[in-house]
Design a protein around this ligand. Structure first.
Ligand SMILES: [Fe+2]
Ligand SMILES: [Fe+2]
Length: 358
């Protein structure tokens, strides 16, 4: 990743090689180094929302999404070094849902790192999840890259501990969009202190990849596409040359760059969310996304669901999407404009369908 001299032509070549892998509800992330022999890949599956139906098993479509993702991941060639599950394994944090999801994830042939989602957490505050997956936040090193998993879906203590008569109601209140009873997500002081200490031992030139569930940036508060203390986390990551944050939760493709930090969302295996209205209103969200609405047809429910390839080159990330109509799209850093772009899509003359509200 650092000092890579990979040209755009080289990137496209390698991206098309990756895209030859059959369509799958999983994201592949390749970390590309100057010395290509050091390159490695990991896979990312997110937001399966396994949902228990009282007395009647589980919602079949959500099960199928995760089963397919696991099966496709096991078939990947080349094989990823590990898999990250990006959170919201369960729909309402129930033991039945977490057990059923864990049973499906256990079929992965790779070491799997799990991220906490709000749907996993707010019934018992992550207690049962911990029995399955261990600590809520942690870090590790792999082939010269420092990986950090954060629990970004915490919130204010009084909301968590004092507001709701039952744990079930707390879970339901946090599960909704546009719910005035909800509360913004945060990493929290304790975890920020841990992260500060964790990063003290990491060299500034070491590439850092952070996994969170909610975006460590502020996109749209009404839907909790938002982390209240995002700036505090960003400040801790700022001294490093090369930082990438990969997150789930938003069930849609998002791409942004703030200083040295690239942000990338991955799709859900369960369902895609539509784009919030705020995307058309630059003043209502911070930061302004550098690649707004980068799906071909947001009104087509399966548009861009789940298949994307991320290639990290010199601290910038290029993403290749296999769309459901068998066309591809690439979002890549454009050195001329100094920001990530989907050049074909963002050229107004080439937009299909035309989009006029930006
Ligand atoms: Fe989700
Ligand atoms: Fe979520």
């Amino acid at each position: 990743m650092s000092n890579s001299k990979m040209s755009r032509r080289d990137f496209l070549k390698s991206a098309s090689a990756l895209a030859a892998v059959s369509c799958l509800p999983v994201s592949m992330v390749e970390l590309a180094f100057a010395d290509k022999r050091k390159n490695f890949m990991f896979a990312y599956i997110s937001d399966s929302h396994i949902q228990f139906i009282t007395g009647g098993g589980f919602v079949r479509n959500w099960d199928r999404g995760l089963i397919r993702a696991v099966a496709e991941t096991n078939l990947l060639q080349p094989k990823p070094d590990f898999v990250v599950f990006g959170g919201d394994l369960a729909q309402l944090g129930m033991k039945e849902e977490l057990d059923h999801g864990a049973e499906m994830l256990a079929k992965l042939d790779y070491k799997t790192y799990c991220v906490m989602g709000e749907h996993d957490y707010y019934l018992d505050l992550g207690e049962y999840w911990s029995k399955l997956y261990g600590p809520h936040y942690y870090s590790w090193d792999h082939k010269g890259v420092h990986f950090v998993t954060l629990n970004s879906i915490l919130t204010y203590d009084d909301w968590t501990h004092e507001r709701w008569p039952t744990a079930e109601q707390r879970m339901l209140e946090m599960a909704g969009l546009d719910n005035p009873n909800g509360s913004p997500f945060m990493v929290g002081k304790k975890q920020l202190d841990w992260l500060r200490k964790d990063l003290e031992k990491v060299k500034k030139e070491t590439p850092i990849v952070v996994f969170s569930h909610s975006p460590i940036q502020k996109i749209y508060k009404g839907w909790n596409f938002w982390t209240e203390d995002a700036e505090d986390v960003q400040a801790l990551l700022k001294p490093f040359n090369d930082v990438t944050v990969v997150y789930g939760h938003v069930h849609q493709i998002q791409y942004n760059q703030i200083g040295n930090i690239s942000f990338h969302a991955v799709m859900a295996t369960a369902w895609p969310w539509p784009y919030p209205q705020s995307y058309a209103q630059a003043k209502s969200h911070l930061p302004k996304l550098t690649v707004p609405m980068n799906r071909a047809d947001p009104f087509f429910e399966r548009d861009a669901t789940g298949w994307q390839f991320i290639d990290i080159d010199n601290g910038r990330v290029s993403m290749e999407y296999n769309l459901s109509n068998n066309t591809n799209r690439t979002v890549a850093f454009n050195p001329k404009t100094g920001k990530p772009e989907d050049s074909a899509f963002q050229d107004p003359a080439k937009r299909i369908p035309p989009q006029t509200h930006y």
